[in-house]
Write a protein that binds this ligand. Structure first.
Ligand code: BG6
Length: 490
C-alpha cells in the first residue's frame, strides 16, 4: 500500500549527474526516500552529463556511490538494485542546442505527458540559462515541470540577477526551486519550533533580554578536490551569503502569519533587507578574514591552504562578520556570523547569550544564561542556567544545564537535508527554498565586504589548521564585549 507521504510519480532529470554532489548527496537522498516509502515505483532518475557513458556504466558508478555514502544501516542490496532499475543515463551537453537531446526525449517519452518532471541543475551556475533555453527549445518544459537550482546563484549581485533573469525567461518563479541545503536540515527548522512553540523562549526573544547571537559553521575539512571552485569563491560566498544568512533570518524573523511559502519568505527577506549595511570603510573593523596555514588535526599534520592549492591566493577560508538588524526587536544586538575550513571540529550551531542579571544575588554574581542550538552533529539544545553551588558553605552559584536532543524518538537517523528538499520540489512545496528577492538581498549585503576584501582594505589573518581561528577574530568579538563559544562540550 502506498505510504501516505508518497509523492506522485516523477522523472528527476539531473544535469551534472557524474559530479560529486550527485554521487555524495542526490542519489543517496532519493534512495533513502525510496527506502522509507516516499518514492513511488514509477519514479525514474535520469542522469545527464557530458561524459560518454553507457547506462550500465553509470549505474555501476551510482552503485559504488550508494555503497560509499549511505550509512551502513541503510544499505540493503536488494533495495539498491531496485533503486538502480529506476536510473537512466543520457550523455548530453546541456549547453549545446544540437547535442543528444533526442535520446533524452526518447527516455522521457516513456512516461505519460503529465508526469512531474524535475530538472536539477547541479552544474556551474553560468550554465543555468543555456540549459533552460535548450530545455525550452526542445519542448521539455511542461506545465508539470520545475527546476531546482543548486547554489551558488552567482558570485555577486549582478551575476545573481543575470542568472535569475536568464532562468526566468523559461521557467516561472513558481517553477523555480533555489536550494539551500541548510533549510532542509531538520534541526534548522528546530529554530522555528523552539522560538515559536515555546512561550518562555518567545517572550525573551528580543534586545530586551538578548545580549548577542552567534551563528557558526565550522568544518575540519580543507578544500581537497574542490580547490578550483573554492579558490574563486571563499568562505563568505560559499557559506555566509547563503547558509548562514538563512539561519540568521530564521533566528531573527518576525512570526510568519502561516507556514505558506510567501509568509515565511516574506518574514525572512524582511530581515535580510533590515541588515545594516557594512560600508567598505567599516569592513576592516566589522569583519575578519583569514587563511589556514599548516597545523595538525587529531594528531595528524595537515598542510596550509596555499600548499594545498599550490599557488598564491587572496581567498579566505575563514570569515567572521558582525551584523546588526535595524528593527525595533534587534536594536543594538550584535549577530556574529563565522565559518571556517580546517577548524578543530565540525560543528554548526546558534548560540544565544542573554543579558546578565544586573544585580548580584546575596553576593554571588550570576553568569549570563545561554541557549545553544546545535544544528549538527550531536543535534540538540542546551540551556545554561545558574544553580546554587552545593559544595560551598557560602551562597555561591555554578552552571547547571538543561539539554535535549533533536533526534527522532524511534532512534532512527535524522534524514539528510537533500532527502526532504528533493521531494519537496516534486510535491511543489517551496517553503524551504529561497525566493529570488532573498538571494539578491543577501548578495547586496555581503557585496561591500567582498569588494573591500578584493581591494585588500582589510588584512588577511592566518590561523593554524586544527585551531579555532585567528587571534584577530578573538579581538574582534571582544571589541563588543563578547567572546566566541568555543568549548563545544559546554
Ligand atoms: C556547501 C559548501 O554548500 O556546504 C561546502 O559549498 C561546505 O564548502 C558544505 O562544506 C557544508 O555543508 P554541511 O551540511 O556539511 O554543513
Amino acid at each position: 500500500m502506498a505510504n501516505s507521504q508518497q509523492t506522485a510519480p516523477f522523472d528527476y532529470v539531473i544535469f551534472g549527474a557524474t559530479g560529486d554532489l550527485t554521487m555524495r548527496k542526490l542519489l543517496p537522498a532519493l534512495y533513502n526516500q525510496l527506502r522509507v516509502g516516499h518514492v513511488p515505483e514509477e519514479a525514474r532518475i535520469i542522469g545527464t552529463a557530458r561524459s560518454s557513458l553507457s547506462r550500465e556504466e553509470y549505474i555501476n558508478r551510482a552503485r559504488e556511490a550508494l555503497e560509499r555514502f549511505l550509512p551502513a544501516q541503510h544499505q540493503d542490496n536488494a533495495l539498491i538494485e531496485r533503486f538502480l532499475k529506476k536510473v537512466h543515463y543520457v550523455t548530453l551537453d546541456g549547453t549545446k542546442t544540437d547535442h543528444n537531446w533526442d535520446e533524452l526525449k526518447a527516455v522521457l517519452a516513456q512516461s505519460p505527458e503529465d508526469r512531474i518532471r524535475v530538472y536539477y541543475f547541479s552544474t556551474a551556475p553560468q550554465l543555468f540559462e543555456a540549459i533552460s533555453e535548450n530545455l525550452n527549445k526542445h519542448g521539455f518544459i511542461t506545465a508539470h515541470s520545475r527546476v531546482v537550482l543548486e547554489k551558488p546563484i552567482g558570485t555577486d549581485s549582478a551575476s545573481a540577477r543575470a542568472i535569475n533573469e536568464g532562468v526566468s525567461r523559461f521557467f516561472s518563479e513558481g517553477q523555480i526551486f533555489r536550494i539551500d541545503h541548510y533549510l532542509g536540515k531538520e534541526t534548522v527548522q528546530d529554530i522555528i519550533a523552539l522560538r515559536f512553540a515555546n512561550p518562555m523562549i518567545n517572550a525573551v526573544w528580543s534586545n530586551e533580554y538578548i545580549q548577542s547571537i552567534q551563528i557558526t559553521a565550522a568544518e575540519t575539512v580543507g578544500v581537497e578536490g574542490r580547490a578550483a571552485y573554492y579558490d574563486t569563491s571563499g568562505a563568505l560566498r560559499d557559506m555566509i551569503q547563503n547558509h548562514l544568512l538563512q539561519v540568521l533570518s530564521l533566528c531573527a524573523m518576525e512570526a510568519p502569519a502561516d507556514l505558506s511559502a510567501d509568509s515565511v519568505r516574506d518574514a525572512k527577506v524582511n530581515v535580510l533587507k533590515a541588515l545594516r549595511p557594512i560600508p567598505e570603510e567599516k569592513v576592516a573593523s566589522e569583519t575578519v578574514r583569514a587563511q589556514y596555514v599548516k597545523g595538525a588535526l587529531n594528531g595528524v599534520d595537515v598542510p596550509g591552504y596555499l600548499e594545498e592549492l599550490g599557488d598564491t591566493s587572496n581567498t579566505e577560508t575563514y570569515a567572521a562578520m558582525r551584523a546588526y538588524i535595524d528593527t525595533p526587536r534587534w536594536k543594538d544586538v550584535p549577530f556574529y556570523i563565522r565559518t571556517a575550513k580546517r577548524s578543530t571540529q565540525k560543528v554548526s550551531e546558534v548560540v544565544v547569550t542573554f543579558k546578565k542579571s544586573a544585580t548580584a544575588l546575596f553576593g554571588a554574581t550570576p553568569a549570563a544564561n545561554r541557549l545553544v542550538i546545535r544544528l549538527q552533529p550531536d543535534e540538540g539544545f542546551g540551556l545554561a542556567l545558574n544553580i546554587k553551588n552545593p559544595s560551598s558553605a557560602n551562597f555561591s552559584l555554578q552552571n547547571g544545564s538543561l539539554s535535549g536532543k533533536f533526534a527522532p524518538a524511534d532512534g532512527s537517523l535524522i534524514p539528510d537535508s537533500y532527502e526532504r528538499l528533493m521531494l519537496d520540489a516534486v510535491r511543489d512545496y517551496p517553503v524551504l527554498f529561497i525566493r529570488r528577492d532573498e538571494v539578491e538581498a543577501a548578495w547586496a549585503w555581503v557585496e561591500p565586504t567582498l569588494n573591500a576584501w578584493a581591494a585588500n582594505k582589510a588584512p588577511m589573518a592566518t590561523y593554524a589548521a586544527g585551531s579555532h581561528g585567528p587571534d584577530a577574530a578573538r579581538q574582534f568579538i571582544a571589541s563588543t564585549g563578547d567572546e566566541w563559544h568555543e568549548d563545544m562540550a559546554d
